[in-house]
Design a protein around this ligand. Sequence first.
Ligand code: SF4
Length: 325
Amino acid sequence: MADPLCREKAEEIIRHFPKAEIIKINHYKDVFNRHKQNCVRQHESQALILAVKQGKLVYPGAEVCQNMGHKHFYYTSCMMNCLFDCEYCYLKGMYPSGNMVIFLNLGDIFKEVEDLLSEHPVYLCVSYDTDLMAIEALTGYVGEWIRFTEEHPDLVIEVRTKAGNIDFGKLPAKGTGKSIFAFTVSPDYVVEHYEHKTGSLSDRIKSIKRAMELGFTVRLCFDPMIYCPDWKTEYGKMMDRITSEIDMDRIHDVSVGSFRLSEDYLKAMRRNMPGSAVVQYPYQNDHGVYHYSEKLTNEMENWMVNRLREFIPDERIFRWKEQEG
Ligand code: SF4
């Protein structure tokens, strides 16, 4: 690893694992992209791969993601895979491996973002193909992104997370609105059954309140909504808690969408998770994207949008639509 900054970052991360066995590899793809790995089994005991990312580092936003009203929407991945373990996570269908890769050359990603900023403003999702907050104690990357954003007036970032108990003491002290913490919130039933290792709803609510106290912009993501027995009661209990504990006037905006996944990813996940109710649910397939039936999709999403309208004006409610890109 020639770059001294990358080497320094690698040593900093390795210091967290004094007993780890360290194996030098040539290229992360030699290990990560091997055939016939079982990413579900690997996730139970993840190995950590430290690597330098090459080629393109920042990508235009994907069609299945919301651009939240931003014209120049991009995403970047400083990591591959996640410490959290949501059963329905598309990463389980997208990657051949359940191991985790951390890219050490964050500076190269910053340079590519600066190139884009020389052409137009940029809205960038930085916690993509992972949950960066889950591993912030190890990498410090969210802190670095916030500092970088503060130095670049035309940049707005989104840090999406399902983390609870966030240690804001380790992040730059005050937000100026350009770093958006987007908390995905789910009912207790969904967290307990499908969102393994993520923060509980209570802990996510605590983190949301703390982020707002510190002046960070907060987005709430009711996306993906997951169907579960008596979903209306479960989502109703969650909404009662959120709207009684959080000052909804100070929420920047909200996104609403129900579970959807590309055919290829879901097929791979179904092979690897025969016992998972959320993965084996009989979704409807339209043009290569699996989703709930139109009736159930509308029922769940309309219900959520109507509850949110009691607290949030329509222009701050973003409902996912297929034609957005
Ligand atoms: S938190 Fe997000 S990235 Fe991580 S496992 Fe869950 S859905 Fe996947």
